[in-house]
Design a protein around this ligand. Structure first.
Ligand code: PGA
Length: 253
């Protein structure tokens, strides 16, 4: 089976003491992960090391960064490199979240550079893609997402791309309480998998986890995750509430 992943995206929320309590409350539930199931916590940079340490004895739980810089190193005040993450044993990193595309002007081309640096460091990028509302309303979402894949990922070899996780997040569903229906999610995930298959063949396309993101919560996780091509979720708001996120973890296939 493909890896099934529940990924929390804490964004810029919570002081350290709140973050610590949230993580402890989740770990206290002792939800079994490992094997094909993985839980990720994409946390703010200052919390990476401490969270990494707290997850040490929890198989199938790992910390993730929310971003890294597109250059290797240098005079980029306030930025964090993929090599720095690797040196702290951080093995996952979100790349191209729509909020970064919007607020930090990240382009598909720039994201390709970040993807390369992560892979070079042995970090699994969780590559985020997805269309804004006007694109969905114009029925251009398939073209839009295929272009994101082409411009940020399709320079990779068939071997390299197997080190990636994809997260489809329709922007109109992020933080809005408006979720894509399970059918809409499945349709896009199948489109993403077909696009991968055309380029890399069925074996590679069949192994890449594709997560759904956008107002995932306890009440809709099970239905979304039960879709054939949905391999878990990238969860913002609901990942900040221990009970909600635990229920989402339990909803993985
Ligand atoms: P949301 O955020 O679950 O709050 O919609 C998802 C995300 O931005 O990753």
């Amino acid at each position: 089976m493909r890896k099934q992943i529940a990924a929390a995206n804490w964004k810029m929320n919570g002081t350290w003491s709140q973050a610590h309590t949230l993580l402890q409350d989740i770990l206290n539930e002792k939800i079994t992960m490992g094997g094909d199931r993985l839980t990720l916590f994409a946390v703010p940079f200052p919390y990476l090391t401490a969270i990494h340490t707290l997850l040490k004895n929890h198989p199938g739980y790992a910390v993730a960064a929310q971003n890294c810089h597109h250059e290797r190193s240098g005079a980029f005040t306030g930025e964090v490199s993929a090599a720095m993450l690797q040196s702290l044993d951080v093995r996952y990193c979100l790349i191209g979240h729509s909020e970064r595309r919007e607020f930090a002007g990240e382009t598909n081309q720039r994201l390709a550079q970040k993807i390369d640096l992560c892979l070079e460091q042995g970090i699994t990028p969780v590559f985020c893609c997805g269309e804004p509302l006007p694109v969905r309303e114009a029925h251009q979402q398939n073209v839009h997402v295929a272009q994101q894949l082409h411009e940020s990922l399709f320079h990779l070899s068939g071997t390299a791309i197997q080190g990636i996780v994809i997260a489809y997040e329709p922007i109109w569903a992020i933080g809005t309480g408006k979720t894509a229906s399970a059918a809409q999610a499945q349709e896009m995930h199948a489109h993403i998998r077909n696009t991968l298959e055309l380029k890399y063949g069925p074996q590679v396309a069949g192994t890449l986890p594709i997560l759904y993101g956008g107002s995932v919560k306890a009440a809709n996780a099970k239905e979304l995750f039960s879709q054939t091509d949905v391999d878990g979720g990238l969860v913002g708001g609901a990942s900040l509430v221990a009970q909600e996120f635990c229920a989402i973890m339990k909803s993985l296939k």
